[in-house]
Design a protein around this ligand. Structure first.
Ligand code: FAD
Length: 487
């Protein structure tokens, strides 16, 4: 039987593709009216920030899972494409709905659009309500003593932590009331989100399970097995030391409140004390995500412009060949190549290695961070405007609280320190698997016999380094000095 007791509520799904801990959905159900869930493919609104290739693959799986979850609760996901304002207007007409609820997004293009939509709906007497599903705290809830935004992480984290735990997440509803007749929907397969010719997504399919259930399972295994050791293991890409929740968080298949409370509960049951070190460090990484959103909201130009204005004059190098070698994992630096190949194969890369490869691109090759950001945007399943641009600017030295430009990562020493037995490099650069000891991070230092026994001819089976790191480092520091001196 339908619950058609009045004009329906349009529930506009966006980057909140879940049923639990979804305040807009809960509020829609609370009205007692039928709910019309809709997802708008709004690439036109997003412009050059429409999802990249790997994200489109993920989105397909996530929408499929959401549609199934809605169907099992008596509802149906309506898919439409176009400008969100037009699509919502059409649906209001078709369904007779008098309210639209959604959870907020924070990308500059989305906040501007949503504000315009809200104003226009309200002017026409339509109730438009937005909620927070994506963050522990809204970007405007955390302020410095002067009432401004933070630009430094540690005081931001203290302020966030000082507000205490976020609200406990609500479980998913058992039923979602549907109107007698639902509007027409487009067919997800017709959107052709996954790649076809060529189908490069085999590694993604093998690695990930998009959707709310996949997210919950990933969280459960992380809090059971790894969160307590997170502080010790999170920097070692050869181990499963991190949560791998980033794509699930990006698409809102799980929310940070759920992650936060699960981590705290795991800490309490393991030690009887609220905050073992592993849990506390993990929460602080969740806070880095909050910080990135805080920056993007308050400094909406960060996707394009350096946060430190002096970097606008940095003399970046136009190096198409270097960029290509980096993208393809052929730089001759094993830890860099391993990271770039992991990214290509799985749509994800370990955070330590993201820092190493990003530093290599912007400092050793002097290629603009925006080129690296663009590649990540297309290839990461967790590509996220806030996290990606804030992190690239952090590595480049032009961002808030950034790693100082003169601190240039040495890819060989980073490999030796964070992949001490070479497990990670051997996994992703199999041509080096028979090199032993430290040579796996610097094959050009191996003796000719050693290389021969490992079956490697440098330049044939694996590239010679495309730059000499010591020389490249010096060159980068000179350019940095020139920028500082203003010439
Ligand atoms: P965990 O270590 O388990 O951390 C838990 C969650 O905290 C992550 O899922 C993520 O949501 C958040 N988080 C962790 N570290 C950071 C960080 N440094 N900044 C912001 N949030 C963080 N993360 C993205 O989600 N999308 C991106 O597009 C992205 N681009 C990056 C680009 C560069 C150059 C660098 C250096 C980092 C980037 N990161 C990005 C941040 C970080 O590398 C990933 O969030 C992390 O590796 C995801 O793995 P995980 O879920 O196992 O993380």
């Amino acid at each position: 039987m339908s619950a058609d007791t009045g004009a329906p509520v349009l529930l506009w799904f966006r980057r909140d593709l879940r049923l639990a801990d979804n305040p807009a959905l809960a509020a829609a159900i609370d009205t007692g009216r039928p709910v019309v869930p809709v997802y708008v493919r709004d690439d036109e609104d997003a412009g050059d920030r429409a999802p990249g290739g790997a994200s489109r693959w993920w989105l397909h799986g996530s929408l499929k899972a959401l549609a199934d979850d809605l169907a099992s609760r008596g509802s149906r996901l309506i898919l439409r494409s176009g400008k969100a304002a037009d699509v919502l207007d059409d649906l209001l007409q078709e369904t007779g709905a008098t309210s639209v609820f959604w959870n907020r997004r924070y990308e500059p293009w989305a906040t501007a659009r949503d504000e315009a939509i809200k104003t226009s709906l309200k002017e026409r007497g339509i109730a438009a309500k937005s909620f927070n599903a994506a963050l522990i705290r809204e970007p405007w809830e955390i302020q410095t003593k002067d009432g401004g935004p933070y630009k430094v992480f540690t005081p931001f984290w203290k302020a966030l932590r000082g507000l205490g735990d976020p609200d406990r997440p609500e479980p998913a509803p058992d039923r979602i009331p549907a109107p007698d007749a639902l509007p027409k929907t487009e067919n997800l397969d017709d959107w052709k989100l996954p790649p076809e010719k060529p189908d490069w997504a085999g590694g993604l399919r093998h690695t990930w399970t998009p959707g709310e259930k996949g997210a919950q399972e990933q969280l459960a295994s992380f809090v059971d097995e790894a969160v307590m050791a997170y502080d010790d293991k999170r920097n070692f890409p050869g181990t499963d030391g991190t949560s791998r929740l980033s794509p699930h968080l990006h698409f809102g298949e799980i929310g940070p409140r759920q992650v936060w409370h699960a981590a705290i509960a795991a800490g309490m049951s393991a030690t009887g004390q609220p905050m073992p070190k592993g849990v506390e460090t993990f929460l602080s990484e969740i806070a880095w995500r909050e910080f990135s959103y805080h920056l993007l909201y308050h400094f909406p130009t960060i996707p394009k412009e350096p946060l430190r204005p002096e970097f606008a004059d940095f003399d970046w190098k136009d190096d198409a060949e270097g960029l290509k070698a980096w993208q393809e994992g052929r730089t001759g630096y094993p830890i860099v190549d391993a990271g770039m190949r992991e990214l290509w194969a799985t749509g994800w890369m370990h955070n330590r290695v993201r820092m190493i490869v990003a530093s290599f691109l912007v400092k050793d090759l002097l290629v603009h961070w925006r080129d690296g950001e663009a590649w990540f945007w297309d290839t990461l399943v967790d590509a996220d405007l806030a996290n990606n641009t804030a992190s690239w600017q952090w590595v480049a030295g032009s961002g808030a609280d950034a790693a100082p430009y003169f601190r240039v990562f040495n890819p060989v020493l980073q490999g030796e320190k964070f992949d001490p037995d070479g497990t990670y490099v051997r996994r992703w650069v199999p041509e080096l698997k028979d090199l032993s000891g430290k040579a796996v991070h610097a094959p050009w230092t191996a003796q000719p016999l050693e290389l021969k026994e490992a079956g490697i001819a440098l330049g044939r089976d694996y590239p010679e380094p495309i730059v000499d790191h010591a020389v490249a480092r010096k060159r980068a520091l000179e350019r940095y000095q020139r920028m500082k001196d203003g010439n």
